[in-house]
Write a protein that binds this ligand. Sequence first.
Ligand SMILES: C[S@@+](CC[C@H](N)C(=O)[O-])C[C@H]1O[C@@H](n2cnc3c(N)ncnc32)[C@H](O)[C@@H]1O
Length: 263
Amino acid sequence: MRDFVRAQRAAGEQDFETLFRRTLQFSIGAEAGGMNAPPPAAPVPFLFHGTEVRMDLTAREHVWRDLVATEVMRVIRADADVVAELGSGWSANIFNLWLRGAPRAARYFGGEFAQGGREAAQALAETRPAMQFAAPAFDWSFPDFSFLPPTAKNLTLYSCYSIEQIPELKADCIRELLARTASAATVLGVFIEPVGWQFPEQSSDPGLVERTRRYAHEKNYNLNLRQVMETLANERRLEILGVAVDVFGYDLNPATVIHWRRL
Ligand SMILES: C[S@@+](CC[C@H](N)C(=O)[O-])C[C@H]1O[C@@H](n2cnc3c(N)ncnc32)[C@H](O)[C@@H]1O
């Protein structure tokens, strides 16, 4: 991703929207610079509230990113001063938030494990200097939240398929996150992760629950996010505002959306 963004910039592309679209297409293996025509012969599947629809690959990526942005926007106040994604890759979600009108005065952080992802994000963000963006190193296994400004008043913190990568998330990780932001007036969050099978009683599709449970175990994906969130809720550190199970996404691992706020 980093090499792609850098090569585009070296070739003269300095327009943020164009660079974002090309990078998004590159990230899904679609023709990066082209017009995406003719459409692919085989549309790809997308699950939306239990119904599978088929659509063009690039269209699916745009739909996916906009659904993610919608869920994050629910917990971004107009006066937010910090919006941070934890495990952000090349920060496609953050850039899409910006394109969808997220608060201009906020500082944006794409905390990411992989150096290449951080560098790709930084190279892309440089084409939109009005956006206050930084891409700090971040690892759920050894979390260091010191990049979050201690003076921030209203924060939004979220993840999108990065807790997925951590089979057993430590509750202390989220305790530390809440401790770092203890002096803020509001801390709102959303975890968008493929953990619907951890809430089997909320699913109307036992087949999907079994399929996604098996997939998470096979891939060594997260097995305990529900447990962590409920532990912290029982400790009165946070309130779970809502859990929407398997609402949208790819057929093997659709998204479950957990909105929360710090108490
Ligand atoms: C499926 S990608 C999602 C990226 C991004 N959130 C998005 O939606 O485009 C998973 C991300 O988790 C990151 N990741 C893997 N291990 C991690 C860890 N220990 N801590 C933080 N992020 C990690 C990967 O580098 C990758 O960027």
